[in-house]
Structure formats: structure tokens, C-alpha cells
Ligand binder design. Structure first.
Ligand SMILES: O=C(O)CCC(=O)C(=O)O
Ligand SMILES: [Fe+2]
Length: 490
């Protein structure tokens, strides 16, 4: 699919560029051909008219007979020629893998819905192509709004369905081409009813019946709404309320919990770290920023260089595959995680250098670390709240004592890493790395490290993950009995 990685969509721009130039060639070719055809038809028609004026006289002459036969042969040839010349289009038609599919459009619609929801965007601005002041090249038209509204309707996302359908309703009726006013009111009435707005649903259903008086289903619905209104029936509303976790996730993504309490703030520091005058760090100390105290979240600024980031992304682009959820390699594709990823082999010199750097600052053993994973998020790409580690060994997956999350890009809007239990978000800052322990000192999963990748609204988000294994840390970080023992890197 195309929507799960924004950078992979560059291919679509290249492909479209090629398609447009093929179309131009095709149009020129056809225009020249049509010009010739017009001339051919005009002259043949002239003769035909004369022939029809006095058919027996015309057909009595052998030259005319000859010419008639000849004309028909030429006309047939011409018809065959018209039918040919489409090989231009073969270039387009025979590359189906280069085309997005309706599943992509559906994914893109869901992305817009997610952004609208998460960042509480103004739908009217969104249809005008405006997201937090970032202006798109094109607007959404009524057909687009209906399409997205229908995706919301199919996903039982009735509040959102009402928003998009109303948006379509407010647009010029003459611009409706993929749906009718009836389709629109039909969907809108249903979504309003599901919202518990029986009054409005009833009003629209009356209009629907006027549009199609013999429609039994609509007549039944009308009766149903009438009864509901007359008897003040319990509303039929069944909007699925978002879970508290989901609400909190979205709030943190919007940074409405950015106000860190002063008691916490005064404990958070920035400093240079040489790890006891480690030779490599002595020359270039780590720039550490404490983002949170419990769990300890550390950000290392300028952790990777621009050239290292370019190399990782270039490798990623050549190998990206749609990410799967869960800790199994054959896990499913899911809206929970919309990104593409790839794994850098340890033989890669940049991967090796980064591994070395992590061990320099943390003293942790890299022996059981996983390969460096590079990921690029797609349209509205996100990774819903999750824990990075499990307790049990489940080969080929092992408990991950710590995570190092490296940001390979800035993101113009959205895309923070939200720690949903801690209530804090790390913004993607290009070149920086965020570090935390997934397991407490007793080797149990620390649930306070629950985190998520917020939907990317504007821009593209690249990250690299390095997961460090629990095994092999016995000497540097021995297991303690108390799960409450301080769990800090330094
Ligand atoms: O993209 C992010 O900010 C978080 C990514 C993440 O949690 C993961 O890949 O496990
Ligand atoms: Fe994660």
C-alpha cells in the first residue's frame, strides 16, 4: 500500500509525472490523427452524397464501382488504425503495481479522520486544505467529503460521519457527481439517528420520502422516528465512547498536558555526560536532557549526525515494508501501526557506530540487542499506545530491557511520542534519541513506560529504534529483588 509511508509516496509523484507526459504525447498523436480522419471522412462523405443522389447512375459506372470498393477497404483500414495507437497507454496500463488502489484511498480517508479527531481540527478549514496554518495545493470537494463521510459511516464513526456529510451538504449541489442528494441525506439521517438526534433524522427522512415516495425502507424509517418522537422513546443512540486511554493519548498528542507540574520540573535537568571520563565521551560529551523522572526518560541531543541519518533513511527507503503489530514477525497489518520499516544489518557501519555510542553512554551490553530498525510513517501515521517489551522469552523475541528511539526527522505538526501513563510527550527532534528502561530492576515490565507514536499531521516522520536485550546485562545491571528499586541510567 502507498499511504503507510509518506516518503514512499515520492514514487507516486515520479510515476504521475511520467503518466502526464505520456498523456500529452497521446493527445498530440490523437489530435493529428483526428485531423487526418476528419479530412478523410469529409472527402468520402462528399462522394457518398453524390452517389446517393442518383444511385443507379452512380453504380452503373465501373470506375465508381471500383472507387466504392476501394473506399470501403480504406474505411475499414482507417477504423483499424483508429483502434490502434494505444500502445502509448500500455506503458501506463501494464504497471498496475505503480497505482494506488481504493484501499489506499480508504487508508488516506481514515488518516484524515484520525487527524481531525486527534488534533481537534476545524473541518471547514480541513476541507479548504488548511491544517494548523499549513495550506494544501487543492481543496476537498463535495464528492471527497461524501467519500470520507462514508468511510466514517462504515467504521461506525457516526459523529465524524455527520461532520463530513454536513460539509458535503453545504457545498454546491451541482458539484455532486459520485453520489446523489438522496445518498447524502440517507447517510446523514442514519448517522444523526446513531448520534441520538432523532429530530433531525426525522426531518431528513421526510425530505428523503419526498425524493422517492415509493421507497418502503424510507417510509418505515419515517414511521420509526415518528414513534420515537411521539413516545419520547429512549434514543437509539449508540455512539461508541472513546476509552479513557484513547482520550488521554489524543490529549497528550495535542500537548494539552505539556504543563509539567513545577514539583517535577525542578527535578528535571540538562547536563553534559562523559560517563566517568569515558575516552570517546571526553572528546564529545553526551548532551542529556531529562524529560521525565518516573519513568526516567532521557533525551540525548545530537546523538546521530546528518550523514548518519541520511544513510539510515536511504537504506530504509530501499527496503521499507509495511510494519506489523505485536511481537511476532507474522503479526497483522493494522491501523494501530501505520508505518513502514526495515532492519539494518549489524554489518552496516552506521549501525555499528550507533550501537557503540549507545553502549558508551549507557554501559549496557549490546550483545543481545536487536538490529537497528528504521521506520517511516505514512499519512496520519501513528503507533497506538503499547509497551515495547514482554517479560517472557518467546524466541525469536526476548525481553527488551531498554529502548533507544532516534528521531531521524523533525515533524512540522504532530508525530510526538506520547507517554500515555506518564502524561508527557517527546517531540521529534531530528538527531536526538530518547532512552528509557522498559523493565524494572526486578525484570518486570514497567507499565508506566506505555507510549505511542502520535499521528503525523504535516511532514514526514522517520525514526530508528534500538532495543536492548535483558540477557547479557547481569554484570552491568544485576537483577534486584525489589521492583521498586530506583531504575535510572544515571
Ligand atoms: O514513533 C514513535 O514516536 C514511537 C515508536 C514506537 O514506540 C515503536 O516503534 O515501538
Ligand atoms: Fe514503542
Amino acid at each position: 500500500d502507498w499511504y503507510s509511508s509518506v516518503d514512499a509516496m515520492e514514487e507516486l509523484i515520479k510515476h504521475e509525472n511520467e503518466i502526464i507526459s505520456i498523456f500529452h504525447k497521446y493527445i498530440d498523436f490523437q489530435e493529428t490523427k483526428l485531423q487526418k480522419l476528419k479530412e478523410f471522412v469529409r472527402s468520402n462523405e462528399e462522394v457518398l452524397l453524390k452517389a446517393k443522389q442518383n444511385m443507379s447512375q452512380y453504380l452503373g459506372h465501373p470506375i465508381n464501382q471500383f472507387k466504392l470498393i476501394q473506399r470501403l477497404i480504406f474505411e475499414q483500414q482507417e477504423a483499424q488504425l483508429i483502434n490502434e495507437g494505444h500502445e502509448f497507454l500500455d506503458k501506463i496500463l501494464f504497471k498496475p503495481e505503480q497505482f494506488p488502489m481504493f484501499a489506499d484511498l480508504e487508508g488516506a480517508s481514515k488518516a484524515l479522520i484520525r487527524l481531525l479527531d486527534t488534533y481537534q481540527l476545524d473541518i471547514n478549514e480541513l476541507t479548504q486544505g488548511i491544517i494548523k496554518g499549513f495550506i494544501a495545493t487543492q481543496h476537498l470537494n463535495a464528492n471527497d467529503c461524501f467519500y470520507i463521510g462514508r468511510v466514517a459511516y462504515l467504521g461506525k464513526n457516526y459523529n465524524i460521519c455527520v461532520l463530513w456529510m454536513t460539509e458535503a451538504q453545504n457545498m454546491d449541489k451541482n458539484s455532486y457527481s459520485t453520489f446523489t442528494v438522496f445518498d447524502l441525506l440517507d447517510h446523514l439521517a442514519f448517522c444523526l439517528m446513531k448520534q441520538g438526534n432523532v429530530q433531525e433524522a426525522h426531518e431528513l427522512t421526510k425530505q428523503l420520502l419526498q425524493l422517492d415516495q415509493s421507497n418502503q425502507r424510507i417510509a418505515k424509517n419515517l414511521q420509526y422516528y415518528k414513534d420515537a418522537l411521539n413516545h419520547n422513546n429512549e434514543t437509539v443512540s449508540n455512539i461508541q465512547l472513546l476509552s479513557e486511554d484513547q482520550t488521554r493519548y489524543m490529549e497528550i498528542c495535542r500537548h494539552t498536558r505539556k504543563n509539567i507540574p513545577p514539583s517535577v520540573l525542578k527535578r528535571l535537568k540538562c547536563y553534559l555526560w562523559t560517563n566517568g571520563n569515558h575516552p570517546r565521551l571526553l572528546l564529545k560529551p553526551a548532551k542529556v536532557e531529562e524529560l521525565w523522572h518516573e519513568p526516567q526518560l532521557l533525551r540525548f541531543h545530537h546523538f546521530v549526525s546528518n550523514s548518519e541519518m541520511d544513510a539510515i533513511k536511504a537504506f530504509g527507503l530501499s527496503k521499507l515494508e509495511r510494519s506489523r503489530v505485536s511481537h511476532t514477525r507474522n503479526g497483522a497489518y493494522s491501523d494501530q501501526r501505520i508505518s513502514k520499516n526495515a532492519w539494518l544489518p549489524d554489518s552496516d557501519s552506521v549501525a555499528t557506530r550507533i550501537s557503540q555510542r549507545i553502549s558508551d553512554v549507557s554501559e549496557l551490553s549490546m550483545e543481545t540487542a536487536e538490529l537497528l530498525q528504521v521506520a517511516n510513517y505514512g499519512m496520519g501515521g501513528q503507533y497506538e499506545p503499547h509497551l515495547d517489551s514482554t517479560e517472557k522469552e518467546n524466541p525469536p523475541f526476548f525481553p527488551r530491557i531498554a529502548t533507544v528511539l532516534i528521531y531521524l526527522s523533525d515533524v512540522a505538526y504532530g508525530g510526538s511520542t506520547a507517554f500515555t501513563k506518564a502524561g508527557v510527550a517527546a517531540e521529534p527532534i531530528k538527531g536526538s534519541a530518547v532512552f528509557w528502561f522498559n523493565l524494572n530492576r526486578a525484570g518486570k515490565v514497567d507499565e508506566t513506560t506505555m507510549h505511542a507514536g502520535c499521528p503525523v499531521a504535516i511532514g514526514t516522520k522517520w525514526i530508528a529504534n534500538k532495543w536492548l536485550g535483558l540477557k547479557g546485562q547481569e554484570l552491568v545491571r544485576p537483577c534486584l529483588l525489589s521492583p521498586h528499586a530506583k531504575n535510572r541510567l544515571f
